[in-house]
Write a protein that binds this ligand. Structure first.
Ligand SMILES: [Zn+2]
Ligand SMILES: [Zn+2]
Ligand SMILES: [Zn+2]
Length: 215
């Protein structure tokens, strides 16, 4: 029996020209190198993927809505074994990158293309740049979206494995920035749980969390 080395498709949309960029990530290649995906237009920022020594996979993903990269940290299992994993922009609330099988990714690209069209027509925008922010410098972007991204990953992961609960028992969970960090809250009963993290490193410490009960 031959064991196929694990491979994964990843896709994002170029923030400059709006084209979908799709790449194939091999586990062995990733263990050895930083992988970089770039749009053929040559203008947009690249997507970087790197495996850390702790086995976690770090992604820097260009956001078509914010025109800056967002950082995400996912476990190897999520990256290579999850059927479909979506990376979401914390500002626009839109999915900006997809990890999974080719057919699922194509479907997501189609869905998000429609979302972008709808957004553009709602804003009476003619070009992609009309819905993007003007150039801004890093200091203006507060709080750090990487903190939100990391905690969002944790919450979705716990939610999917049934390790996130709240008093009403049928919570629909979402996240928001709050004083001192990020809060996960139940949209039905209003219960919350706060992560006190203002830097990516502080947020990553929460990744060890095994269960959360909202109060
Ligand atoms: Zn491009
Ligand atoms: Zn964004
Ligand atoms: Zn609830």
């Amino acid at each position: 029996m031959v064991i196929e080395p694990k491979k994964r498709n990843i896709a994002y949309r170029c923030p400059e020209c709006g084209s979908a960029v799709i790449g194939l990530v091999g586990k062995f290649a990733l263990a050895a190198n930083l992988l970089r995906l770039k749009c053929t237009c040559g203008e947009g920022a690249p997507l970087d993927i790197k495996m850390e020594s702790d086995g976690k996979i770090r992604l820097s993903v260009p956001c078509v809505f914010c025109k800056q990269n967002h950082s995400y940290t996912v476990s190897e299992a999520v990256f290579f074994d999850r059927e479909l994993f979506l990376l979401n922009c914390p500002y626009a609330g839109m999915d900006i990158a997809f990890i999974g099988e080719e057919s699922d990714i194509d479907e997501q690209l189609q869905r998000t293309e429609n979302e972008i069209r709808q957004l553009m027509s709602a804003l009476e925008a003619e070009e992609l740049s009309d819905i993007q922010p003007a150039e801004m410098n890093e200091d203006e972007i507060l709080p750090d979206p990487a903190v939100y991204d990391t905690l969002r990953f944790l919450v979705r992961d716990l939610e999917e494995s049934g390790k996130l609960s709240c008093p009403c028992g049928e919570g629909e969970y979402d996240l928001r920035f709050c004083d001192g960090g990020v809060q996960v809250y139940c949209e039905r009963c209003g219960a919350t749980h706060t992560f006190y993290a203002t830097t990516p490193t502080m947020a990553e410490e929460y990744l060890e969390t095994e269960e959360i009960k909202l109060k």
